[in-house]
Design a protein around this ligand. Sequence first.
Ligand code: HEC
Length: 147
Amino acid sequence: MFRARDALREVPDARGKRVSARRLNHGRELFVTYCSACHGVEGDGKGPAAVGLRPPPRNFKQGQYKFAAVASGQLPNDEDLLRIVQKGLHGSAMLPWNDVPERDLLDIIQYLKTLSPKWPRRHPGSRSCPGRTRGATRERPRRSRAA
Ligand code: HEC
């Protein structure tokens, strides 16, 4: 289960570091170029190429992910998202994007997080890899600047 620990203004990356507006804007441009045909310019999964696709492209506004390796209800972390985007999702229209530089994909991933109101409020879950206790890598909660 998820508990809101703090209210972050900025989008945290996997290490809880703030992501610059420059990277987010760059990510947005690349998203529109590469991903919007299916996922929609707004990220709502209703791009022109989405018609009739089964399974349908993910609606990023919902902040719900199926495949990322974190406990259900938590948000996936950057590493998981990167792996999914690089490898694609077998049996779906989501193809591997391994010809796009990793740095560019990471900018897109940061941008995806701005599409759902869930991201700024939640921390990405720690990877649920076997042999590692969940929560072991948890960072100290950061103080909200708004308060
Ligand atoms: C040709 C259509 C198409 C394009 C282009 C496309 N996707 Fe997808 N994407 C899909 C579909 C369909 C799914 C849902 C697959 C499923 O549910 O099995 C999906 C799912 C995803 C997911 C969900 C992973 C999860 O855990 O739920 C992510 C993240 C994603 N796409 C990112 C991207 C990014 C980033 C780009 C651009 C670099 C992109 N997609 C381009 C069709 C597309």
